[in-house]
Design a binder for this molecule. Sequence first.
Ligand SMILES: [Ca+2]
Ligand SMILES: [Ca+2]
Length: 385
Amino acid sequence: MAKLRKKQGRTFVALPFLCLSLFSFCSTTESSSPQPASSDRNIPLERIRLPEGFRISIFADNVPNARSIRRGDGGTIFVGTREDSVFAVQDGNGDGKADRVFTIAKGLNSPNGVAFKEGSLYVGEINRILRFDDIESRLENPPQPVVVHDSYPSDEHHGWKFIAFGPDGWLYVPVGAPCNVCQRQDKRYASMTRIKPDGSGLEVFAHGIRNTVGFDWHPETKVLWFTDNGRDMLGDDRPPDELNQAPQPGMHFGFPFCQGGDISDPEFGKGRPCSEFTPPAMKLGPHVAALGMRFYTGSMFPAEYKNQIFIAEHGSWNRSVPIGYRVTRVRLEGNKAVEYKVFAEGWLQGDDAWGRPVDVLIMPDGALLVSDDELGVIYRISYLR
Ligand SMILES: [Ca+2]
Ligand SMILES: [Ca+2]
């Protein structure tokens, strides 16, 4: 008996060690029965304020730590997390309320990023990109993932990723600064990289980005727009978070030398004036933690929303009076961002936040999905004319 116990103990120690040292396939993908997408939790949606004519409902509320959301071609909503799981959510009858949640993978390293191309789900861990082929026909029995790329830095600080395929067919993969403010020799840090779908050809597309956790391409101009989280510890009201656009490769957005477009960094700004760098297209609130962003390409909302930007603001931690915890909207005129205003709020009540928006996604019917990692919920915002 003692011998057996010892043997089991050794097995438990050895497995995680193998996972870490060999980067072998450690995700568990054995078949998992789907769970109901809704629980009977009481979620106080009446606290959310929206512009007139809009309504918020629950799409799914059984998706723990729901972060990045992406729709597969067959209609499945894939959900990344900063824990160890990736989920797939299905609304079988298309009534705007999901029915089933599948666990696609477990045991991953902060699989925050999800992207979809030609039937395959791509998942961004901290240091690896994985691919699950033909996933929508295998939700109940997901395949072992193919490792597409495994050379990204393994720093946990700002290491979790949002990933997306650009109109050029490349997979865009940001690498955050592994710190609050710092400078590293390795040019991949504080950048937006891109790789081919097979994982080859890694290049840095844009520099000087502290930590972007949401980006999209303008539906007409095909220009990349992205949010960026400003540095901490410069006071309550600066720097702003940023919305940026990168019309060509090789641009530098200022970090760590210049914060928010016009604040010379006290530590790194000397000799590197803000005039060297591309300023934000729009300054967002300070410390709001602007994460997911998408252009509104649907036709359900009023015409003025067409091709405007929705941003999920996760909410501040580095501010004496909290802000964020809301969905904002940036209005564009041509390719110029001209207005920044609140679209949905009420997750923050006084100093207490009961929910935290992470990502936004436009559905084929024009409704807007919003993920919330605090509650493990995906909301659906619709417009009733
Ligand atoms: Ca349904
Ligand atoms: Ca910047």
